[in-house]
Design a protein around this ligand. Structure first.
Ligand code: MTE
Ligand code: MO
Length: 245
């Protein structure tokens, strides 16, 4: 069993450095003179207690529209231009694919207006999303017998996520290229990110680069620190140590 203390202690060692980088980006000027611990003290003064204790990434350090917090576990914001961007679909499929943004935009679009909810408590109501149903990509690629789960990778080279094939085939699970009525911004994980509507935000991998069909679910980045693999909003409190019934 994983206790809350363990989870908080399990925040990757790179995180404080990432926060320093972001503070520098904001021009707050404290990055050069404060060590990691004192940066955290400074953060605690600008963040609410819940946010300061938030282990799921950067909190409220980069201004974002409509109540979003911008998260990146690497402490930086990876970048891919709309023309260079590629999404690979591989693993246990009949037809592995490499798709450009234009390829995705040429497929039938699905639009959703739904809330985005982080496990730490913040929620943005009625967000407009446009993308391709993940089920469409799976049908195009042809899932082979024994392909039971998906592994998502980010071009931040660190974040991973997972879904079962059944979860992935839901009509409210999108490979999204528009969010908030515009192309997904770099901050929000553009050019292409996942949007798994029925689950907490950590299931929605930003800066999506690869979807692999695999034989069984592999715990994603935050799940290795104790968050529920099945992160249903409302049915899961997000942390496996508190039960999910
Ligand atoms: N690659 C990557 N994807 C990620 C994260 C991250 O740190 N890196 N954070 C997750 C979490 S915990 C949430 S709540 C949402 C936040 O999305 P936003 O940064 O667009 O608000 O992204 C999710 N996807
Ligand atoms: Mo989150």
């Amino acid at each position: 069993m994983v206790g809350k203390g363990d989870l908080d202690a399990a925040v990757p060692v790179g995180t404080p450095i990432g926060r320093r980088v972001v503070l520098g980006m904001l021009g707050l000027g404290v990055a050069g003179i404060l060590g990691g611990a004192r940066v955290q003290d400074a953060l605690n003064r600008v963040l609410s207690p819940l946010e300061a204790a938030d282990p799921t990434g950067l909190s409220q350090l980069i201004p974002a529209a409509g109540g979003f917090r911008i998260y990146s576990v690497t402490g930086s914001l990876p970048s891919a231009s709309p023309t260079d961007y590629r999404l690979t679909v591989d693993g246990m499929v009949d037809r592995p694919m490499t798709l450009s943004l234009a390829d995705l935009q040429a497929m039938e679009p699905t639009r959703l207006i739904k809330d985005f909810q982080c496990v730490t408590g913040w929620r943005v109501p009625m967000v407009h999303w446009t993308g391709v149903k993940l089920s469409t990509l799976l049908d195009e690629a042809g899932v082979q017998p024994g392909g039971a789960a998906l592994r998502f990778e980010s071009f931040d080279n660190t974040y991973t996520e997972s879904l079962t094939i059944d979860q992935a085939r839901r009509p409210d699970v999108l490979v999204a290229y528009e969010m908030l009525g515009a192309p997904v911004t770099r901050q929000h994980g553009g050019p292409v990110r996942m949007y798994v509507a029925p689950m907490y935000g950590y299931k929605s991998c930003k800066w999506l680069s690869k979807i692999s069909v695999v034989s069984k679910v592999e715990a994603g980045y935050w799940e290795r620190f104790g968050y529920d693999i099945d992160g249903w909003v409302g049915r899961s409190n997000g942390r496996s140590d508190k039960g999910t019934s």
